[in-house]
Write a protein that binds this ligand. Structure first.
Ligand code: ADP
Ligand code: MG
Length: 701
């Protein structure tokens, strides 16, 4: 038995000890040898280059030099003291400066002995200096295990302060290799390694920490990134397979009378071919005897609601209830109203349940639900309160999923013996790579086509200084009988500043568009739901021409006569929000406009966002830009998803590799779903190890 293995506590590693072990645990989450082995550098610097002192530039970055310390002195300053050493090579001199650990350094620094120093240079009063340089005797430098590409590990202030330097981390890893040897268990099959031309796990682990050269470093990175993405995909896809085989769902065999009646007699338009395709996918799921878990993506205005309705009708035809959940009261109400209208004359009971439904009415709804008298329940979060019990919920449809947390979704399905089918609809297009990573275990349908006759919304960028001409434009549009939104940012509902902006804006608009010629609605988050609803209704009915609002109108609101969307302080909105807001217009037959108002000063990200909006209306393209600007961790609640806590891969930069990994995982599981084949033994073992630690979890069930 070797003394150490991968599961050995890090405190047993040479040079670590209990104190440092604690630091490594709390600061970096490193508990074991294995954790340290998989603590990968986040960048590398080329240390083949040595500079001479007379080559230093004022803006030199991290550099290394060889020279000798010729003199050391302590300089008193207001607070504490600093240690200053004169460092010379044959071309000149510079200063090395320390503010901490002075006493120890003073005793241990060797005079007139060659050192290699490394760090960032500063220039002041004609002298170059380096604060807290990394330094090592030239002699030991020559002996130590190191390579041209010096790895730089991420660190924290606490680690730095406690003396756990980059060099020390590198040393620890060197010790680790000394203790464990250079051979590590392979985790991929020979056929995958051969097919993709990967290097072995052992070679990759060594070269990621001590790259012999750039080419081996690149190969090590490729190998480890692939592996990371591959195992995530393997888990997601296996989960999907298991769900389909094991998780039973209601079997909706037939398309019955309600569906057919509606389809033949009530459907107000022909479905687009994208809607038909999606409906087919859903019908197939519903009749598969397994639980449906489908994500329906479709840009704003692509017509998801009608798909939701038809899906609910299938459930009702099979004797089950349906629920439709929306993130805001306004949206839920709008869904309710439009469904009531669509279903008029049909023998279907539909009710609305939101926070503002009175207790008395609520009780009636609860009763009807339990007795099965209600066919469709529409609502907000109120739907998932414990008191709400369905007799037989067959399908739960969740609109605008990114507003809901994981826990909320799972609640819906605790209410039944068999889980209801789940359809999650989102108008926030999710870039393919992100969808693969975060929703890789779900089935995904896309409505990639807008209903016919839509005109693209013309989008323009205007500076605040041009406000008067914008107002003039609005007046012209209103004169044509159209309606206008003016939206203010309200990033944080409690921010007083934002309200002030909104109210100031409202006042100046009221002045510019005076009564009685112009009527203005105002809606914001601090209003009572009833007041909001009242103002919304005035706008919907066309009694007001202008709607001044915060982003409460962001999602889903459908008013076809509104033809202009003015977004104030557009630079403060994220891309997906801008896209959502723009989607509020362009819903009728007339040409619509979106005007992005900003100040002159824009950050480069803000410029990119505005330019993207002006240049494209393709939600997927916009989402790709968003992903690049913000990184995957910040998009629509993906923080919750462990899937994106990647060690080395990056789903934006390594998109191609991600696709390869997913394909490899699918190919493998198609041939060997249980990973039983002997050639896949390494994969199986690694997979089991990962599942034990439960690296990933899905975000739907
Ligand atoms: P979203 O996908 O944003 O939820 P909606 O379902 O609200 O979109 O649909 C937007 C508008 O398009 C609605 O007025 C709806 O009646 C209309 N619509 C949906 N499908 C079609 C279609 N196939 N043909 C014409 N109009 C449609
Ligand atoms: Mg919608």
């Amino acid at each position: 038995m070797p003394l150490y293995n991968l599961n050995t506590s890090i405190s047993y590693l040479k040079g670590v000890g209990p104190n440092r072990a604690d630091l490594l645990k709390t600061e970096l989450g490193i508990h074991t040898f294995n954790d340290l082995l998989h603590f990968f550098p986040n960048r590398y610097i080329d240390r083949t280059q040595f500079l001479k002192i007379n080559q230093l530039q004022q803006n030199s970055s991290e550099i290394q030099l060889i020279g000798k310390i010729t003199n050391i002195k302590t300089v008193q300053q207001k607070r504490g003291s600093r240690l200053v050493a004169t460092f010379r090579d044959e071309t000149g001199f510079m200063e090395l400066v320390w503010f901490r650990g002075i006493k120890w350094l003073k005793d241990s620094l060797k005079i007139n002995t060659p050192y290699v120093i490394f760090g960032k240079v500063n220039y002041f009063n004609g002298v170059f200096s380096m604060a807290h340089p990394e330094l090592e005797l030239l002699e030991s430098y020559k002996k130590s295990l190191r390579t041209a590409m010096q790895p730089i590990y991420s660190s924290t202030e606490k680690l730095t302060n406690k003396g756990v330097s980059n060099r020390l981390v590198s040393k620890m890893i060197q010790h680790l290799f000394e203790e464990l040897g250079l051979k590590f268990k392979e985790t991929l099959s020979k056929s995958i390694i051969d097919k993709l031309g990967l290097i072995s796990k052992s070679e990759a682990l060594f070269n990621i920490h001590f790259p012999k050269n750039q080419s081996l470093l690149t190969k090590a990175q490729q190998r480890l990134k692939f592996e990371e993405l591959f195992f995530i995909q393997l888990q997601l896809i296996r989960k999907k397979i298991v769900r389909k085989v094991k998780i039973k769902g209601f079997n909706f065999e037939k398309v019955g009378a309600h569906f057919n009646n509606f389809y033949k007699n009530k459907l107000p338009f022909d479905l687009t071919s994208a809607q038909k395709k999606v409906l087919k996918e859903i019908r197939k799921d519903l009749g598969s005897k397994a639980q449906m878990n489908r994500l329906l993506q479709g840009d704003v205005g692509s017509g998801k609601t009608i798909v939701a309705l038809l899906t609910m009708l299938i459930a009702i035809d099979n004797g089950y209830q349906a629920a439709l959940m929306a993130p805001t009261e306004i949206l839920a109400t709008q869904h309710y109203n439009s469904l009531v209208e669509l279903l008029e004359g049909m023998n279907i009971t539909i009710k609305l349940l939101t926070g503002s439904v009175k207790t008395k009415d609520r009780k009636v709804i609860h009763k009807q639900l339990e007795l099965g008298e209600l066919n469709i329940l529409i609502g907000t979060h109120a739907l998932i309160e414990d008191k709400v019990k369905f007799k037989n919920l067959g399908i739960a449809i969740i609109d605008e999923q990114h507003r809901f947390g994981v826990a909320q979704r799972s609640k819906l399905w605790e209410k039944n013996t068999l889980p209801p089918h789940i359809l999650v609809m989102t108008a926030t297009p999710i870039p393919r790579t992100l969808a693969m990573s975060v929703y890789g275990d779900l089935d995904i349908s896309v409505i990639d086509e807008l209903p016919p006759g839509r005109k693209e919304v013309k989008t323009a960028h205007r500076y605040d200084a041009n406000r008067l001409s914008v107002f003039k434009f609005l007046k012209d549009e209103i004169a044509k009988g159209h309606q206008v939104y003016i939206v203010y940012p309200l990033i944080n509902e409690s921010e007083a500043m934002d309200y002030k902006d909104l109210m100031d804006g409202y006042e100046s608009i009221s002045r510019e568009f005076p009564l009685p010629k112009y009527q203005i609605s105002i809606v914001h988050g601090k209003m009572k739901p009833a007041d909001k609803e009242f103002e919304m209704q005035r706008f919907i009915k066309g009694e007001t021409q202008i709607m001044v609002a915060t982003t409460v109108i962001e999602v889903g609101v459908n008013i076809p006569n509104a033809s202009v969307m003015v977004i104030e302080s557009a630079e403060r909105f994220g891309l997906s929000q801008l896209h959502q807001l723009r989607g509020r217009v362009g819903r009728g037959a007339t040409q619509s406009f979106c005007i992005l108002m900003t100040s002159f000063k824009l950050t480069s990200d803000a410029k990119t966002r505005i330019e993207t909006m002006v240049n494209t209306s393709d939600g997927f393209k916009i989402a790709e830009v968003d992903l690049k600007l913000r990184g995957p961790g910040n998009l629509m609640g993906t923080q919750q998803s462990g899937v994106l806590n990647l060690r080395i891969a990056d789903i934006v930069k390594d998109a191609q590799l991600l696709k390869t990994a997913r394909k490899s995982a699918i190919d493998l599981l198609t041939i060997d779903p249980l990973l039983k084949a002997s050639e896949n033994i390494f994969i199986r073992q690694a997979y089991q190890e990962l599942s034990k630690n439960s690296i990933i979890w899905s975000n739907i069930s």
